[in-house]
Design a protein around this ligand. Structure first.
Ligand code: GSH
Length: 228
């Protein structure tokens, strides 16, 4: 009789725990990938309240960075951040759908993932700077973040995003755009970016995206130090 090894079916099909919030764009990225790969039933989402100044001991027990998504995969295997988790899920699936193996598709996909994630990160920084409140905001930082968001949107408008099925680059970009809609709809990016808007409305119809739309986690408004 052999003891379970990492390749053992019973081990590799074990449920996974995801530190999760319904409003996090990076958690959403992981869930979209899980839906696309048919792995979502393997993941148990556990609500985690975190913020840059809101430490969560449960999350920190698994990830010293206090960030979500964090995936407790199998046994002692704990993974973060969204890029690593998405690649892990793609590996579990085995078809290379999200992280193409062909270099001609792989590097554009990874570059787009970096662009999409970077846009989300900049939008988060912009939102956080706003949340600091009157007298605490840095006008210089606000200007720089807005300029980076503008430049990313211009770069995406020029990008040929057409594909038979989405890869990790498309998922990251779609998450970034819907995060702009969710947190800073006043930007109204669609009007000046018609190609990108047409691409976004088509990809948004996929069940993986429609089922994971961001939801406001808190009904009451939070102070800067409570923010998620
Ligand atoms: N690069 C990370 C970013 C994750 C991230 O910033 N998550 C936010 C929520 S959207 C977070 O956990 N913030 C808590 C903190 O900064 O301590 C990823 O791709 O997973």
């Amino acid at each position: 009789m052999s003891s379970p090894a990492s390749g053992d079916e019973s081990v590799s099909r074990a449920p996974m725990k995801l530190h999760w919030s319904p409003s996090s764009p990076f958690v959403r990225k992981v869930l979209i990938v899980a839906h696309e790969l048919g792995l979502v039933d393997r993941i148990a989402c556990e609500r985690a309240v975190v913020g840059p100044a809101r430490l969560n001991p449960d999350v920190m027990g698994d990830n010293p960075l206090n960030k979500i998504p964090t995936l407790v995969a199998q046994g002692s295997l704990v993974l973060f951040d969204s890029r690593v988790i998405c690649e892990y899920l793609d590996d579990l699936d085995g078809r290379g759908l999200m992280f193409p193996r062909d270099p001609a598709r792989r590097w554009p996909a990874l570059r787009r993932q970096a662009l999409g994630d970077g846009l989300t990160e900049t939008a988060v920084l912009l939102r956080d700077e706003h949340w600091r409140g009157d007298g605490h905001r840095s006008a210089t930082h606000l200007l720089a973040y807005r300029e980076k968001v503008r430049a990313c949107l211009a770069a995406l408008e020029a990008e040929d995003l057409a594909a038979e099925r989405p890869d990790i680059g498309h998922v990251a970009i779609a998450c970034a755009l819907s995060y702009l809609d969710f947190r800073m709809a006043e930007i109204g990016w669609r009007e000046a970016h018609p190609r990108l808007a047409a691409w976004e409305s088509a990809i948004a119809e996929r069940p993986s995206l429609a089922l994971t739309l961001p939801v406001e986690a808190n009904k009451r408004s939070l102070s800067f130090y409570e923010m998620e």
